[in-house]
Design a protein around this ligand. Structure first.
Ligand SMILES: NC(=O)c1ccc[n+]([C@@H]2O[C@H](COP(=O)([O-])OP(=O)(O)OC[C@H]3O[C@@H](n4cnc5c(N)ncnc54)[C@H](O)[C@@H]3O)[C@@H](O)[C@H]2O)c1
Length: 392
C-alpha cells in the first residue's frame, strides 16, 4: 500500500513509519517538525538523543534498503501543497498523527490554548477537505484519545467503541438512536479531539470518506523492533512536565532516583498501551478500512487500565524509589473507574503487550542509559488548569 504518515517524525509517527515500511508499504512522512521546535521552546529535549529527520531516513535506507520519503509542510496551514501531495501520491491510506498532543502544553497560556485549537482543528479539516478533492477513495486513520470519553463516574459501565444506544425524549415523542458517546474533554487538547470527531462524522456522511478513528490510551515504552535496529533510529522519550506521559515519567524518575510524582490522590484510572502495540494497531487498522459511505469506524486502542497510584507503587516496589504526593494542577475527579471495550482490535489480531511482560525493565534501562540528558528542573508540571484567583 502507499501510505502517507502525517506527523511521522513524532513519537508514535516515527515508530509507525518504520513498522509500516518494514511490512512492505511505501511510506511518505509529512511533518513540519514543530515538535522539535517545541523542545527548544520548553528547554526539554527528548531523553533519548533523537537524530535529525535526514539522518533518521538515511539510517533506515542503510539498515533496510528501503526508502521512506519525507515532505516538510504544515498540514494545518499549507493547504495547496497538501492537496497536491495527495493528488501526486494517490495514497491508499493516510495516517494522521499531526496534532499538538500534550494536555499540559495546551493549558499553559492563552497562546498555547489558541495554538492547540488552530493547529489541531485546521489540520484535520484540511486533511479531510484535501481528500475529497484529491483522493476520495483513500482511508484516513486518525489518532484520537480515550480522553474524548472523559473520566467521569461510569458506575462500572463499559465504555463502548465510539457509539452508544440512546433514547431521546422530547415533545411527548421518543426515539431510539445510536449516537456518538457523549464527549467530556478534560483539557483544550482533549477538546480538539472531540471537535475532530464531528469533522469525521460530517465528511463520512456527506462525502462518503472512509475514516477510522482510534481512541488511544496513554502510550508507554519507547522502542519497537524497528527503532532498535540502529541507534540512529532511536525514538523520542519525553519526560518533562508537559509532554512526558505518566508511566514513562515514573519509569524515568525511578531510573534517576527522583521521587515518583503523583498528582492529587492518585486515584485517577487511565488506559495504557505499549508503543509496540500502537504500531501493530495502526498496521491492523489500515488493512481493514470501512466501506465508502459507512459510518466512521471507531476503535479503542488500549490494552489495560491502571490507577496512577498503583502504577507508582508498583514501580516504587520494583526500584525502591519513594512516591511523592503533589497538588493536582488539573481539574479532574480525584478518583474514577474505567472499564473499556477494545474488542475490534483484538478481533483484528492484536495480541496485547502487558505491563507484566517485562518491558518496564527495558524502559528503566533506556532511561538509566540517558540519565545525563535529563534536566531535573523540567520534570515537574507547571501548567495549571484553572487560573489562580489573585489575592485581594
Ligand atoms: N503519545 C501518547 O501517549 C498518545 C496517546 C493518545 C493519543 N495520541 C495521539 O497520537 C498522535 C501522535 O502523538 P505523539 O505522541 O506521536 O505526538 P508527537 O508530538 O510526538 O508527534 C506529533 C508529530 O506531528 C507533527 N505535527 C504537529 N502539528 C503538525 C502540523 N500542523 N503539520 C505537520 N506536522 C505536524 C509534530 O512535528 C510531531 O512530529 C497525536 O495526535 C496524539 O493526540 C498520543
Amino acid at each position: 500500500m502507499k501510505v502517507i504518515i502525517l506527523g511521522g517524525d513524532g513519537f508514535c509517527g516515527w515508530a509507525t513509519s518504520l513498522h509500516l515500511s518494514a511490512e512492505g508499504h511505501a511510506v511518505t512522512i509529512v511533518d513540519n517538525l514543530v515538535r522539535r521546535r517545541t523542545d527548544e521552546e520548553l528547554g526539554a529535549v527528548s531523553l533519548t538523543p533523537i537524530r535529525s529527520i535526514e539522518e533518521r531516513l538515511q539510517a533506515w535506507r542503510e539498515t533496510r534498503n528501503t526508502p521512506i520519503d519525507f515532505v516538510q509542510l504544515d498540514v494545518a496551514k499549507d493547504y495547496e501543497q497538501l492537496e497536491q501531495l495527495f493528488r501526486d501520491i494517490q495514497p491508499d491510506a493516510i495516517v494522521h498523527f499531526a496534532e499538538q498532543r500534550a494536555a499540559p502544553y495546551s493549558m499553559k497560556s492563552p497562546w498555547h490554548k489558541r495554538y492547540t485549537v488552530d493547529n489541531n482543528v485546521n489540520a484535520t479539516s484540511s486533511v479531510l477537505c484535501a481528500m475529497v478533492e484529491a483522493c476520495p477513495d483513500a482511508h484516513l486513520v486518525h489518532l484520537g484519545t480515550m480522553g474524548v470519553y472523559g473520566y467521569g463516574k461510569t458506575k462500572g459501565m463499559t465504555i463502548p467503541e465510539g457509539y452508544i444506544d440512546a433514547t431521546l425524549r422530547s415533545g411527548g415523542a421518543e426515539a431510539h438512536v445510536e449516537i456518538l458517546y457523549p464527549v467530556d474533554p478534560g483539557s483544550i487538547y482533549h477538546m480538539t479531539k472531540t471537535l475532530d470527531q464531528l469533522l469525521f462524522l460530517y465528511y463520512a456522511k456527506n462525502d462518503g470518506l472512509r475514516i477510522t478513528d482510534l481512541h488511544q490510551g496513554i502510550v508507554w515504552g519507547t522502542s519497537t523492533p524497528e527503532t532498535d535496529l540502529d541507534e540512529r533510529l532511536v525514538n523520542r522519550f519525553d519526560y518533562d512536565g508537559d509532554y512526558g506521559t505518566v508511566l514513562n515519567r515514573f519509569l524515568m524518575q525511578a531510573a534517576i532516583g527522583h521521587p515518583l510524582t503523583v498528582h492529587g490522590s492518585g486515584g485517577q484510572t487511565r488506559a495504557f498501551i505499549h508503543i509496540r502495540d500502537t504500531v501493530r494497531c495502526i498496521a491492523l487498522a489500515i488493512q481493514a478500512p470501512p466501506e465508502r459511505g459507512e459510518r466512521v469506524r471507531i476503535m479503542n486502542q488500549m490494552t489495560e487500565t491502571h490507577r496512577v497510584l498503583d502504577l507508582a507503587q508498583m514501580i516504587s516496589g520494583l526500584t525502591g524509589v519513594p512516591v511523592e504526593m503533589r497538588d493536582n494542577p488539573r481539574k479532574e475527579m480525584a478518583e474514577n473507574d474505567l472499564v473499556v471495550a477494545n474488542d475490534t482490535l483484538i478481533k483484528l489480531g492484536l495480541e496485547p503487550t502487558k505491563l507484566s511482560d517485562g518491558l518496564m525493565e527495558e524502559v528503566l534501562h533506556i532511561a538509566g542509559k540517558h540519565r545525563d540528558r535529563c534536566d531535573e528542573s523540567r520534570i515537574v508540571c507547571s501548567s495549571l488548569w484553572v487560573k489562580p484567583i489573585a489575592a485581594e
